[in-house]
Unconditional design. Sequence first.
Length: 154
Amino acid sequence: MLQAAGLLLLAAPLYGQTQPIPYSHKTHLALGLECGACHKNADPGEFMGFPAEGFCMSCHQAIKTESPHIQKLAAAAKAGEPIQWERVYQIAPYVYFSHRVHTKAGATCETCHGPVRERDVITKDVEHNMRSCMACHKEKHAPNACGSCHEENF
């Protein structure tokens, strides 16, 4: 992290993804926000979504309003245009994964995404591959048959 002209500059994350607006999970979670407040798990529950810009503006209408990043966020909220966040974690298209199933089984965000609460910039801290998933399933006594994560004809 660097300070310049009173702005917090976040280092470029690993794996080349650069977010359209810098966002610190560490700062926001320290304020008492919880992951599920911003990342909703809409039906059918496979994916956690990104927060609506209007949700962010519920606080930022009065906080850091002079920031060019917040002004960009406010303009997107006003126009009803979602910010195009870059996904840090991607699951292969031939893998079935449900956030809802995993959170109901007791997995936390940190289980799969690393120490999010400590990060100003989210980087790919946890490798998602067949070996790591199967090891976790074995440790948690979860189903490990091929059909648990793959369709029959993958």
